[in-house]
Design a binder for this molecule. Structure first.
Ligand code: CAA
Length: 380
């Protein structure tokens, strides 16, 4: 067993770390406050290859492994989780889904632009009545021969207004239940496609989350991904990888909060000494670091499973379940270490605490991860 990162992994991690400090840190508080989409930052991330890290160079991607991707995700998330969710959705849900299950024409037309950041993607599964219960899709796509007519509403869509291409999951044959579900590539300009209201959120406020409406949208048949009825499996397989990205995001939020607390405890004085010299604080740091290290092992194991071609449904779900709890716990403790300053925006930890919560909700709540894990345990 070898826990050492390769030189290439270290280079990618350090490049992401430098980028996050120099390009994302300035303005992160203001973007959060104003709910401002990081347009310039996303453009730069595209130019540097962060939006299509795992895509094959043939389609404009970086051809990197999942370990590289989670290392970059952790570093970006330490500073700005609004940016890292954009990276995660574009890489794991959109590019990976298209590269793995799209046909050559779809890859040529859409993937290259998405992998280079020229275009941004969104993944549209959730609905007002189908969040965790993903088989209960109400959005319909009626087969009209050479095209489908799409009708319905999608909720809580990351990159909702900023995306150019949307992977939309819809029911084509209700009687067939999950076997009557398909996935489609919808372009922003298609008639009848409308971006609805932006959500006012607790955290990851720089990312734009919207309701989307589809009113008789005509989608060419060539935009269906995979064989007829493959949509639910497409969504599940894609989300399994997405969960590794979100686990890495949670890990980044946790390690960002921990580093801020550690550094602050070395300069803040109380009762005649730096607060890190009080066991009340030192023990908190010890707990945080231990839990973060355990979370990192789970995240890396899941990424490694994916790179090895092993099944990663369970390891990804375990990584997300654990890392998101560690993110929440660590961020709360980091605020506590900062005392009154922790409640103030300029110290960053209050934002990390708000951002942490979403990692226990999106791409499957913690309860969904437990369903995936327990089913995996009991299936044989
Ligand atoms: N890979 C391949 N196939 C899978 C699969 C996987 N990981 N998981 C399930 N399937 C297949 C099953 O084998 C089954 O197929 P067969 O009938 O052919 O055997 C079919 O899918 C149905 O599976 P289940 O009976 O297990 O389905 P279920 O209704 O019990 O639901 C679930 C399973 C895990 C709860 C699923 O509904 C789920 O993951 N829900 C959460 C959805 C979610 O994560 N939503 C987040 C939205 S996306 C988002 O947040 C993006 C963003 O913007 C940040």
């Amino acid at each position: 067993m070898d826990f050492k990162l390769t030189e290439e992994h270290i280079m990618i991690r350090d490049a992401a770390r430098d980028f996050a400090k120099t390009e994302l840190l300035p303005g992160v508080i203001e973007r959060d406050e104003k709910q401002e989409f990081p347009t310039e930052q996303v453009k730069k991330m595209g130019e540097l290859g962060f939006l299509g890290m795992m895509v094959s160079p043939e389609y404009g991607g970086g051809g990197m492994d999942t370990v590289s991707y989670v290392l970059a995700m952790e570093e970006i998330s330490k500073i700005d989780a609004s940016c890292s969710v954009i990276v995660s959705v574009n890489n794991s849900l959109v590019c990976w889904g298209l590269e793995t299950y799209g046909n050559e024409a779809q890859k040529k037309k859409y993937l290259t632009k998405l992998a280079t950041g020229e275009s941004i993607g969104a993944f549209c599964l959730s609905e007002p009545e189908a969040g965790s219960d993903a088989t209960s899709q109400r959005t319909t796509a009626i087969d009209k021969g050479d095209h489908y007519i799409l009708n319905g509403t999608k909720n809580w869509i990351t990159n909702g207004s900023s995306a150019d291409y949307y992977l939309v999951i819809a029911q084509t044959d209700r009687e067939k239940k999950h076997k009557g579900i398909n996935a489609f590539i919808v372009e922003k300009g298609m008639e009848g496609f409308e971006v609805g209201p932006k959500e006012q959120k607790l955290g990851i406020r720089g990312s734009d989350t919207h309701t989307l409406n589809f009113n008789d949208v005509k989608v060419p048949k060539e935009n269906r991904i995979g064989e007829d009825g493959f949509g639910f499996k497409f969504a599940m397989k894609t989300l399994s990888g997405g969960r590794i990205g979100i686990a890495a995001q949670a890990l980044g939020i946790a390690s960002g909060a921990y580093e801020l607390a550690r550094d602050y405890s070395k300069i803040r004085k109380a009762f005649g000494t730096e607060i890190c010299n009080h066991q009340a604080i030192a023990f908190k740091l010890a707990d945080m670091h231990t839990e973060i290290t355990a979370a990192r092992h789970l995240v890396m194991k899941a990424a490694w499973d994916k790179d090895q071609g092993n099944n990663y449904d369970m390891s990804g779900a375990m990584a997300k379940l654990f890392a998101s709890k560690v993110a929440m716990d660590t961020a709360v403790e980091a605020v506590q270490v900062h005392g009154g300053n922790g409640y103030v925006k300029e110290y960053h930890v209050e934002r990390l605490m708000r951002d942490a919560k979403i990692t226990q909700i999106y791409e499957g709540t913690s309860e969904i991860q437990k369903i995936v894990i327990s089913r995996g345990l009991l299936k044989d």
